[in-house]
Write a new protein. Structure first.
Length: 128
């Protein structure tokens, strides 16, 4: 039973999990759509949504808080210049997870697309 167990450990050490979450969040922000496994998508989605909520108010303090979480200058800039104004009127629910039918080759893990609800139309193919 999983009573009172919170969070996703994903079979990784704490430092690996934090680094992976930061990298995936930066990829989602930069590319606006990624293909990953379902558990990873479920773990990263709340992290990204909190950053988007932070970016709705573009203060110096919020920029520093976002950079401390992401550790990527380009992702932080896009977050505050593009995504914050785009979702300014939306009260929440900035990302969605779409399950893919085809399982991952090798271990058969469930695959999913993690993307923003409103995307830039010129975006190309998703990054794996």
């Amino acid at each position: 039973m999983r009573h009172r167990v919170s969070g996703f450990k994903l079979g990784r050490t704490t430092s690996h999990r934090i680094a992976m979450t930061r990298n995936m969040a930066a990829s989602v922000i930069e590319h606006e759509r990624i293909i990953t496994t379902l558990p990873k998508a479920k773990a990263v989605k709340p992290f990204v949504e909190k950053l988007v909520t932070l970016s709705k108010e573009a203060t110096q303090h919020n920029r520093r808080r976002a950079f401390a979480q992401l550790r990527s200058k380009s992702a932080t800039e896009k977050l505050f210049e593009v995504l914050g104004p785009r979702f300014a009127q939306r009260p929440g629910g900035y990302c969605r997870i779409i399950k893919l039918a085809k399982r991952r080759l090798g271990d058969g893990g469930e695959r999913a697309i993690l993307e923003f609800v409103e995307r830039t139309p010129k975006e190309s193919a998703p990054v794996e």
